[in-house]
Design a binder for this molecule. Structure first.
Ligand code: AMP
Length: 394
């Protein structure tokens, strides 16, 4: 168990908090403030407890140079509205300078300060010790609440913990609780559902999960690499050439581990990669040479629904088909509905499966939707995330 803000003395102390304020902007205006809103519970807890709060984040890719396009000024403004209080914001080119140090030292209990984009500094993404020390010098303890960057060892996500006691905020606590428990301590049967297009990205996850799950369900574009490994015709379907052999090995490993590995038994195939094209349902052994697999078929849907119905824990990452196109969204929708109806603990990795359940209006029916795409994948791979490793154990 990792220490959280609840495990450290906060009153009168300066909390240096790494948030994920990497919000989408259009012409300098924030188009979606969910990341700021999500950070509020930790910030409010600290303020209510009498801490002096110093927030930091990156925004976009200024590539180590000050660039007004990536200033956190709009975040400061929105944060002030949401918290109903003034935010001290000094847009220093070097993020930390004398003025910033003075302002941080002058903060009173219950006051908030936001630093400028930490990626204005080249050292940030290299986990430069000097920059980490400058940041750490502003606070008395470090709170990491940015799950989306927890898989990166940067000055503001990991380096600062060399100089300050480190705890997690509520967002990271929740991610560790749900992703961690699902993978390390699941209630069984434990079913993992993997889909999406980028097979290469998911193979390490599959390798790790094979050691832990009872059933592994494969869908989406990656299915065809498994089909190819079995010598099946896959037509013009997406294929990860480099990983065909690995797919065969994974099937073997699953069999050896006594893990049920479910692949589609039928597919919705299309002539072209677009919604309005000729399409139809074909058995896995009868995919036409001039068509591509776009979704799992109706028999597969029933098979996967039955597996989910028995599960007590489900981890899902990646859509079952090209869900962005209406004609090929049925498989993903059916799986999302099966999860929504299930009484199992349902955990979604970020990215496209999260976008899919949003699209279907089922997001609030899931136990936990991870906020970090890359970070949640690395977590499911069983990797140690640097931004979490630095947090002290209870
Ligand atoms: P990923 O980022 O790897 O999770 O991939 C998500 C993307 O995979 C989505 O944009 C889907 O449209 C795409 N996808 C899912 N199934 C297929 C498929 N059969 N062929 C091509 N793309 C697919």
């Amino acid at each position: 168990m990792k220490k959280t803000v609840k495990d450290i003395e906060i009153k009168g102390r300066r909390a240096l908090v790494r948030c994920d304020f990497n919000v989408p902007l259009k012409e300098g205006k924030i188009t979606d403030d969910i990341r700021i809103v999500s950070a509020l519970p930790t910030i409010k807890y600290l303020l209510d407890g009498g801490a002096k709060v110093i927030l930091m984040s990156h925004l976009g890719r200024p590539e180590g140079e000050p660039n007004p396009k990536y200033t956190l000024a709009p975040v400061a403004e929105r944060l002030a509205e949401l918290l109903g209080q003034e935010i001290v914001f000094i847009s220093a080119d070097t993020v930390v300078d004398e003025k910033v140090r003075e302002a941080a030292a002058a903060l009173e209990e219950g006051q908030v300060m936001l630093l400028e984009n930490v990626r204005y500094r080249k050292e940030e993404t290299k986990n430069g010790a000097e920059f980490a020390k400058e940041l750490a010098g502003l606070g008395d303890f470090f709170v990491n609440d940015a799950f989306g960057t927890a898989h990166r060892a940067h000055s503001s996500t990991a380096g600062v913990a060399d100089y300050l006691p480190a705890v997690s905020g509520f967002l990271i606590e929740k991610e560790v609780e749900f992703l961690g428990n699902a993978v390390e301590n699941p209630e069984r049967p434990f079913v993992a559902i993997m889909g999406g297009a980028k097979v290469g990205d998911k193979i390490p996850v599959i390798e790790n999960l094979i050691k832990k799950v009872d059933t592994l369900i494969i869908g989406g574009g990656m299915s065809y690499t498994f089909f190819k490994a079995r010598g099946l015709e896959i037509g013009t379907s997406i294929l990860d050439e480099a990983n065909i052999e690995l797919a065969a090995e994974l099937e073997k490993k699953a069999a050896e581990a006594g893990v049920k590995l479910l692949l589609p038994v039928d597919c919705v195939c299309a002539k072209e990669f677009k919604n309005d094209t000729e399409y139809g349902v074909y058995s896995k052994d009868a995919m036409p040479a001039d068509m591509m697999g776009m979704d799992i078929g109706p028999e597969t849907v029933e098979l996967y629904k039955a597996a989910v119905a028995e599960a007590k824990t489900v981890v899902w990452n990646g859509p079952m088909g090209v869900f962005e196109m209406e004609n090929f969204a049925k498989g993903t929708r059916a799986v999302a509905e099966a999860l929504a109806q299930s009484s199992a603990v349902t955990v979604l990795g970020g990215g496209d499966s999260a976008a899919a359940v949003e699209q279907f209006g089922l997001a609030d029916k899931m136990t936990h939707i991870s906020t970090g795409g890359g970070a949640s994948l690395e977590f499911l791979e069983g990797k140690v995330l640097p931004g979490i490793a630095v947090i002290e154990d209870k």
